[in-house]
Design a protein. Structure first.
Length: 394
C-alpha cells in the first residue's frame, strides 16, 4: 500500500497519512458492509485516492487538476498483479524502500520504520545512536527523497542484486530488535522475530543461489532454535551456560548447519555466513564448557576483518576471554570504552562487569553492572542485572 501510494505522491509523509486514513475508512466501512473480497486492493485504491485528494487541495492552478484526477469508475490495479518479480507483499515493499539512491543506513532505517513498524528508539539502538539523532536522520532521508524526486517503484529482477545487502540488513536488525527487546516486560518480541524469519525464508526462495541470503536464514534459524531456553518459567533471563540445551530445536539447528556448509563450500563467506557459523558452533556444542572457543575466536577474527564493527569486536572479546583469559579480554573491552562508539550500548558494561567478576574485582563489577542497568529499559534484563549486582555487593 505504501509503495503504491508513494508512486502517486512522491512524498513519504503524505503517503503515510493517506494509508493511515485508508485504515480508518476500512474500520468504519467494513464494520457495516463486511470485508471486501480483495481487501488489499480496496485499501490501496482508497489510499491512493486519499493521496490524490490531498494533492488536489495543495494545487492552486486549475489547469493542473486534470493531471491528478482519476475517473471514479477506474479500478486501481491489484498490488498482487502489477509485478511478479517479488511474490510477497512485505518483501516487495522492503525491496522497494531499499532504494540505492539513498545511503544504505538511510535505506535500512527508513524501511525498519515505515515497513516493519520498528520504533525510532529501537532503530537508534540498532545503529548505536540516540533516539533524537535517529529521528533527525529519518527526517533528512525523507526530505532527500522528496527533493530529489526519487521514484519508489518495485525493482526489476535485474535491479535486485544491488539492493540485497540492505534488505538482508533490514531483516537481520528486525530479528535482533525482537530477539533482545530494548524495552518492555519480555526479553523477546515474538511478533518481530517471527516476521523476520518468515521474510528470510521467502528471500531464500526468491534468491536460492545467494550465499549470504542462506547465511542470514541459517543465523536466524539457530537463534530461533533456542528461543524457548533463553528464559525460565518466570520469564527470567538465562545466560547461555545456564540454558537447557535439550530444549533447543534440533531440526532448525540441522537445517541451519546444512545452509552454512553449503554456503562455505560455495566460496568466501560474508558477514552473515560467518555469524551463522559462529552461532552453529554454539548450537552444536554438547555443553557450554565443551564449546569450540578457539574456532569461534578465529571466526570472529575473520568477521571483524571484513566487517569492522565495534559490536563484533565486543563479541570477539567474550570469545577471547574463554581462550586467552579474562584479563586479555578486559583490555579489549576497555579499549572499546575509550573508542566511544559503543557509548550507550548496554552490553558493553555488562560484558565488562562479567570479566571484572572473573578477575575477582567484584566491587568494580557492581559499578559496571549498575552502568548497564541504567542503559536498559527491558524488565527481564533489568532483573537479571540487578540480581548480579546483589550477588557481588559486599
Amino acid at each position: 500500500m505504501l509503495a503504491a501510494t508513494v508512486r502517486v505522491t512522491r512524498d513519504l509523509d503524505t503517503a503515510e497519512e493517506a494509508v493511515q486514513d485508508a485504515y480508518v475508512q476500512a474500520l468504519r466501512t467494513w464494520a457495516c458492509d463486511g470485508v471486501p473480497e480483495r481487501p488489499g486492493a480496496w485499501l490501496t485504491t482508497v489510499a491512493r485516492r486519499n493521496a490524490l485528494n490531498v494533492m488536489r487541495r495543495r494545487r492552486t492552478l486549475e489547469t493542473k487538476l486534470p493531471l491528478l484526477l482519476e475517473p471514479e469508475d477506474t479500478e486501481m490495479p491489484d498490488p498482487d498483479t502489477d509485478t511478479d518479480t517479488i511474490p510477497d507483499d512485505r518483501l516487495r515493499l522492503i525491496f522497494t524502500c531499499c532504494h540505492p539512491a539513498l545511503a544504505q543506513e538511510a535505506q535500512v532505517a527508513l524501511t525498519l520504520r515505515l515497513v516493519c513498524g520498528v520504533a525510532t528508539p529501537d532503530i537508534g539502538q540498532a545503529f548505536l545512536v540516540a533516539e533524537a539523532t535517529m529521528a533527525a536522520r529519518l527526517t533528512r532521508a525523507k526530505k532527500k527523497i522528496a527533493a530529489a524526486r526519487i521514484p519508489y517503484a518495485v525493482p526489476s529482477a535485474g535491479d535486485l542484486p544491488e539492493r540485497v545487502d540492505a534488505v538482508l540488513t533490514v531483516i537481520h536488525l528486525l530479528y535482533a530488535t525482537g530477539h533482545a527487546a530494548h524495552s518492555g516486560d519480555d526479553l523477546v518480541r515474538d511478533d518481530l522475530t517471527g516476521r523476520a524469519l518468515d521474510l528470510a525464508r521467502m528471500l531464500a526462495l526468491l534468491l536460492p543461489a545467494d550465499r549470504e541470503v542462506a547465511g542470514l536464514l541459517a543465523l536466524l534459524l539457530v537463534h530461533h532454535a533456542r528461543r524457548a531456553a533463553r528464559t525460565d518459567a518466570q520469564g527470567r533471563l538465562l545466560r547461555l551456560e545456564e540454558q537447557d540445551r535439550s530444549t533447543w530445536d534440533r531440526v532448525l539447528i540441522a537445517e541451519a548447519d546444512g545452509l552454512v556448509l553449503a554456503a562455505l563450500r560455495a566460496g568466501a563467506p560474508g558477514r552473515f555466513t560467518l555469524q551463522a557459523a559462529i552461532a552453529g558452533l554454539h548450537a552444536q556444542a554438547p555443553s557450554y564448557a565443551e564449546t569450540d572457543w578457539p574456532q569461534i575466536l578465529t571466526l570472529y577474527g575473520e568477521l571483524l576483518r571484513i566487517w569492522p564493527s565495534p559490536v563484533v569486536a565486543l563479541n570477539r572479546a567474550v570469545a577471547m576471554a574463554m581462550v586467552d583469559g579474562p584479563q586479555d579480554a578486559l583490555d579489549e573491552v576497555e579499549a572499546l570504552e575509550r573508542d566511544g562508539r559503543l557509548a550507550g550500548y548496554r552490553y558493553l558494561p555488562a560484558t565488562k562487569a562479567d570479566l571484572l567478576h572473573r578477575l575477582g574485582r567484584d566491587a568494580e563489577a557492581v559499578d559496571a553492572y549498575r552502568a548497564a542497568l541504567a542503559l536498559s529499559d527491558n524488565a527481564a534484563e533489568q532483573e537479571f542485572l540487578a540480581g548480579r549486582m546483589r550477588a557481588f555487593e559486599p
